[in-house]
Structures are given as structure tokens and as C-alpha cells.
Ligand binder design. Structure first.
Ligand SMILES: Cc1cc2nc3c(=O)[nH]c(=O)nc-3n(C[C@H](O)[C@H](O)[C@H](O)COP(=O)(O)OP(=O)(O)OC[C@H]3O[C@@H](n4cnc5c(N)ncnc54)[C@H](O)[C@@H]3O)c2cc1C
Length: 394
């Protein structure tokens, strides 16, 4: 059975299981107390204010606590996406090497978990088997791909996004840029000692190309030649990707006409708002343009599809034009605003903004530290965060 049941109960159980003190102490270790909430957060089963309110109901937390800070990273990446739009899909600034020093395709030995480097092959196997990777494993994988094998971060980011249950354009692509040094001031590098400290024994890679000093690894990152690969013979097949929901293309329900509609999309899988009009139709929509651009693994389709099926009375896949035609006769249409779908929605759809957890700075912030400073300035207590204050008012 998947470690990520696609239910609200599972999301709430994970919130209840967060132990902030253990988290702060052990989150960097692969076996540490990470919450594994990310698939539920990415797909909107639960919002950041709901997560933090649930944790804070059980534990006393300071606004500067490590768990709050990490939630901040997600909010910050969304802030960058909001301000930069599709520019996040390109390098934000120059990295250690010119763009054309990097290959545009991910080599087969990495895709098939047979690079010969245990830390990388274990990470790829885990990704395919579970749809989840610990943050440290994501950083190691991205760093190896970009700085040692000289593959452009974008190729790695697109591949990883497709296989993660929590694949999120902002968190994923901007994290890859952070590792690559195109969204941060220096490349992120790791060595065998770092792996030995934080990962189980079968990930350790002594005597390999990463068993070097940070100065030597930095020199590798700044020269154009990739490290020679020593692929193993045995690997795993990369899971197939698809742009089609499992039960694709259900016809549009004719009974939309004259109805109030709550439009459920793949990033809005939380409980519908309590104040919807009586008799409101819960219409599930698979936005065709998004799925064509960003295909998913079968595991991701199952995860999202099961929750969509549990929520929506009807489901439908369609592009921007078809959606506009289909909804034209509805009495009213509302949905949860999200940058994935915003540009595809016809003007009559009322987009409800999600409740932010943190105060939104009045100007774009170019670094996490600048964003964090502004978003938490003057905060005396955790309960003063806007998202928690709003939860209390509900
Ligand atoms: C190369 C790379 C790719 C990544 N791709 C994604 C992605 O596609 N989707 C995604 O949600 N996160 C991504 N992350 C960020 C981070 O790795 C995951 O959010 C985290 O590992 C999820 O596990 P968790 O829920 O157990 O996290 P926890 O440590 O328990 O943190 C709780 C929540 O805080 C947020 N969070 C924690 N750390 C980060 C972080 N560094 N950046 C942004 N948000 C964070 C997440 O919403 C997470 O669910 C990526 C990081 C890297 C280095």
C-alpha cells in the first residue's frame, strides 16, 4: 500500500504526528522526523495555515521554529512564482558555467538508477518506488546531475517533477535553481562524508567521485567537463508518464446549465468551502494544458485521481476554450485560485484566494532571507501570523 493514502484523514493524521522538537533535531537525516506532508500540501488537501494550526494546537511553537521556517520556504517559492511567472522556468541568473556547458537530456544511467554511485541510484529507486524523496536526497541528486554530470538543471527538474507525488513547479524548479547556483549565490555541493552522516549505509559512497574535499568538488563544478560515468549493468525501468487522467475525458455534465458550480482542480483538493450555495455542483476539472505540459507518473494520477473522485460529483477534462463553453450557462462558478489554472479560467469564474500563512511583503524579494525578514517582522507570537489569526476567526 502507498505510504500516502489519498484521503483527508491521512493528511490530518500526518499533521497530528508532527513532533516539532524531533523535527528540529533530526530533519536533515533521511530517517529523521520529516512530516511527509508535501503531497497533501501540494494538492491542496490541507493549506499551510491548517497544517500549522494543527501542529500549534498540540505543541508550543516559536515563530522562528525550524518547522515554521521550512513552511516559509514553500511560501517564499510561491512568492517568487507569483512575481516572476514563467520566468522561473529559465535560469534566474548566471550559474557557475555558461548555459550551453550543460547537456539538455538526463542520461539513461541516471534515469535507470544505474549510475554506479549508491547515493544516486538509491535516491532514484526511492523516487520511483514511493513518489517521495527526503529533502537531502533531492539536493544530492540535483547537485550530482548538474555539477558533476553537467546536465542542465531544467532537464533534471522536469524529470523529478513528473515522478514526485508532491511535484510543485515553484518548490521544485526553484530548488533545482538554488542547487544549480542560478537562483542562489553559489552551487550546492555535497560529499561522501555528508551522505555517510545523514543516510543509511546502503546509500554510502566511499571511494567514489564524491569522496573528495569541498574545494575539489567546487573546482569540478566550475569546469565544463562532466565526471566520467561508470554505469552499472542492472537498473530499473523509469515509470511511464501520462498526460491523461486514468478515466479520461468524461463528457461535460449537461446539468451545469443554471447551476452554481464549485470547480475542483488538482491543486484544490481540500474540503469545499462551507459557505457554498445550497445544491452547488462539485465539478472536477482536469486542465488539459497543464497535463500536456507536465505529464505525471501513474502513482501521481492514482493519488490525485482518487481524491478527485471522492470529492467531485462529476469529472471532466478540457482545455481553456472547452471550459469556457461548458461553464457559460452556469449560474455562478467559483474555485480556489492557483497559478497553475489561473490563466485558463474564463472571466466569470470567481477565484477565491487561498489564505496565506505569512504576511505577503509589499515588494518582490530576491532572497529567502529578505522575504522571511519582511514576512515575520514585528511578530511577537506564532498566533499573530495572518494565517493562524484567520483560522481562529473561522
Ligand atoms: C531539488 C529539489 C526539488 C524539490 N521539489 C519539491 C517539489 O516538487 N514539491 C515540494 O513540495 N517540495 C519540493 N522540494 C522541497 C522539499 O524537499 C520538500 O518540500 C520536502 O522534502 C517535503 O517533505 P516533507 O513534507 O516531509 O517536508 P518537511 O520537512 O516535513 O516540511 C514540511 C513542509 O514544509 C515545506 N518545505 C519543507 N522544506 C521545504 C523546502 N526546502 N522548500 C520548499 N518547501 C519546503 C513543504 O511544504 C513540506 O511539506 C524540493 C527540494 C529540492 C532540493
Amino acid at each position: 500500500m502507498s505510504a500516502f493514502p489519498p484521503t483527508l484523514a491521512a493528511a490530518h493524521a500526518r499533521i497530528a504526528a508532527v513532533r516539532p522538537a524531533d523535527y528540529a533535531r533530526s530533519r536533515n537525516a533521511l530517517g529523521g522526523a520529516a512530516s511527509r506532508l508535501s503531497p497533501y500540501i501540494t494538492h491542496g488537501f490541507v493549506s499551510l495555515p491548517e497544517v500549522l494550526a494543527g501542529v500549534a494546537a498540540q505543541h508550543r511553537l516559536d515563530p522562528q521554529h525550524k518547522f515554521v521556517y521550512e513552511l516559509g520556504w514553500r511560501a517564499y517559492f510561491r512568492h517568487v512564482w507569483q512575481h516572476r511567472g514563467d520566468a522561473i522556468l529559465q535560469s534566474l541568473h548566471a550559474g557557475p558555467l555558461p548555459e550551453d556547458a550543460y547537456a539538455r537530456a538526463l542520461p539513461a544511467d541516471i534515469r535507470q538508477a544505474r549510475s554506479g554511485l549508491p547515493v544516486i541510484d538509491q535516491a532514484v529507486r526511492t523516487l520511483y518506488a514511493t513518489g517521495y524523496l527526503h529533502n537531502h536526497a533531492r539536493m544530492w541528486l540535483a547537485s550530482y546531475v548538474v555539477h558533476l554530470r553537467k546536465v542542465h538543471w531544467r532537464a533534471g527538474a522536469d524529470w523529478m517533477l513528473a515522478h514526485l507525488l508532491d511535484g510543485d513547479l515553484a518548490s521544485n524548479h526553484l530548488s533545482w535553481q538554488w542547487v544549480a547556483g542560478t537562483g542562489s549565490q553559489k552551487p550546492y555541493l555535497f560529499n561522501a562524508g555528508n551522505v555517510a552522516r545523514y543516510a543509511p549505509a546502503d546509500w554510502h559512497s566511499p571511494g567514489s567521485v564524491i569522496d573528495q574535499s569541498y574545494a575539489a568538488l567546487d573546482a569540478i563544478a566550475r569546469r565544463a567537463a562532466p565526471v566520467p560515468a561508470q554505469p552499472a549493468d542492472d537498473g530499473v525501468d523509469e515509470p511511464a508518464l501520462s498526460s491523461q487522467p486514468p478515466d479520461a475525458a468524461m463528457p461535460m455534465a449537461e446539468d451545469v446549465a443554471g447551476r452554481d458550480v464549485w470547480l475542483i482542480h488538482p491543486w484544490a483538493l481540500g474540503a469545499p468551502p462551507a459557505d457554498l450555495p445550497a445544491g452547488c455542483l462539485l465539478l472536477g476539472w482536469w486542465p488539459a494544458e497543464c497535463h500536456a505540459a507536465w505529464p505525471w507518473s501513474a502513482a501521481r494520477w492514482r493519488f490525485v485521481g482518487a481524491r478527485m473522485a471522492a470529492l467531485a460529483t462529476r469529472q471532466w477534462q478540457g482545455d481553456r476554450q472547452a471550459l469556457a463553453q461548458a461553464l457559460a450557462a452556469a449560474r455562478s462558478v467559483q474555485t480556489l485560485a492557483d497559478p497553475h489554472v489561473g490563466p485558463l479560467l474564463p472571466p466569470q469564474v470567481r477565484q477565491r484566494p487561498p489564505q496565506p500563512l505569512f504576511a505577503e511583503p509589499d515588494r518582490p524579494c530576491a532572497s529567502f532571507s529578505a522575504w522571511w525578514l519582511r514576512s515575520t517582522r514585528g511578530l511577537q507570537a506564532l498566533q499573530d501570523l495572518p494565517g493562524l489569526a484567520a483560522q481562529r476567526a473561522d
